[in-house]
Design a protein around this ligand. Structure first.
Ligand SMILES: [Zn+2]
Length: 362
């Protein structure tokens, strides 16, 4: 279904000797990323490029691509969450474990970008950092819950939105982004608060994605029924959020028909839909949006879980990407350039660069 990174350079037997060096590199990377993170979120700063060299002046600082392991055709984890609550399970992450995930990602130099930013190749991170995308399926109540406190509605500090906002307040350079793939009638439970929740999410920069109107199995449904499931979700979302553009779809059960044409785009009774990105259920990081391997109609996700992960859960991949930094997307700090090690330059899909400059370096 999805081509794994078969032609990526892998560490063979001889690679073991490189491990201490790689660990050192990683340390340099992590320190650099978190240091520079303090000045993150300053797009449009004056930057000068020196295309012939492997260094770039960045706000007075020199970006050493090689030392940071910059690789913008590296892979990106799109994490898949379902319920946040108790107890921990295959499809449920506890609040404590969700906080641990965020902390670990932060410490290892990951920073949040939104799904739409990934689809648009709009990755604006400090040099040395790696993007990560958070996705939540099903609109479970533990993802976004209001509590009544002294007659006032407050966001439950134990729900995903509450935890993300709290973490962002103490780690502002981590970013704040996630996409919620909801179905109806009552996303997040609390029927009386649907309008308030959806409005709030979009105001905070979170995204709403398609997960079918009634969580239908798109492989089993006839095309007309499938179009109905997809269009009604968009229609209902727009009832709450007029004009809102639902741009991506997480396939319920990860299931899809062979013919993806009417899943990607279609309409039903006057409501049109168009999915710029379609998310699968498993089980590996996604290719960079600048890579020839990037297929927006079949984006793999990594399960953010520690149970029944079959060796392909979040912590398995964190370790793999740590051991094989050449495989991991590492930013050059310049959203207008796509910087890659020279030997990986042929992996770049030049049609996906738009007006960005390709910078191969030695
Ligand atoms: Zn689902």
């Amino acid at each position: 279904m999805f081509r794994k990174t078969q032609s990526w350079p892998q560490l063979g037997k001889g690679g073991k000797a490189l491990l201490p060096l790689l660990l050192l590199l990683l340390l340099v990377l992590a320190v650099s990323c978190s240091n520079k993170g303090n000045t993150a979120g300053a797009p449009g700063e004056e930057e000068q490029e020196d295309g012939d060299s492997d260094r770039r002046e960045n706000s007075g600082e020199t970006v050493d691509y090689q030392a940071l392991g910059v690789n913008e055709v590296g892979e990106i984890m799109i994490l898949m969450y379902h319920e946040i609550g108790e107890p921990e399970g295959t499809w449920c992450r506890t609040p404590a474990n969700f906080r641990k995930d965020l902390e670990t990602l932060y410490e290892e130099g990951y920073r949040l970008i939104s799904m739409n930013d990934l689809l648009d190749g709009r990755i604006d991170l400090p040099a040395g950092c790696s993007p990560v995308v958070l996705t939540f399926d099903d609109g479970n109540s533990g993802q976004f819950r209001y509590l009544e406190k002294n007659g006032r509605l407050v966001i439950d500090p134990q729900c995903a939105v509450g935890i993300l906002e709290e973490f962002h307040s103490t780690h502002p350079d981590f970013g704040l982004a996630a996409t919620f793939y909801i179905f109806y009638e009552t996303p997040f439970g609390q029927a009386e608060h649907i309008q308030k929740k959806l409005s709030y999410l979009v105001e905070q920069g979170f995204e709403i994605g398609n997960h079918c109107y009634n969580h239908g199995n798109l492989r089993r449904l006839a095309p007309k029924q499938a179009r109905r499931e997809l269009a009604l979700q968009v229609k209902r979302t727009r009832d709450y959020l007029p004009g809102y553009n639902v741009r991506s779809l997480a396939l319920p059960f990860g299931e899809h028909p062979e013919d993806m044409s009417y899943i990607i785009e279609g309409n039903f009774k006057g409501t049109a839909y168009r999915h710029d990105g379609i998310l699968l259920v498993g089980a590996n990081p996604a290719p960079s949006p600048f890579s020839r391997d990037f297929n927006p109609a079949a984006l793999p996700r990594v399960r953010a879980s520690e149970m029944d992960t079959d060796g392909v859960g979040l912590y398995d991949w964190l370790e793999q990407l740590r051991d094989d930094p050449e495989r991991r997307y590492i930013s050059d700090g310049d959203p207008a350039a796509v910087t890659v090690p020279e030997e990986l330059a042929d992996r770049v899909d030049r049609y996906r660069l738009d007006d960005k400059t390709l910078i191969p370096y030695k």
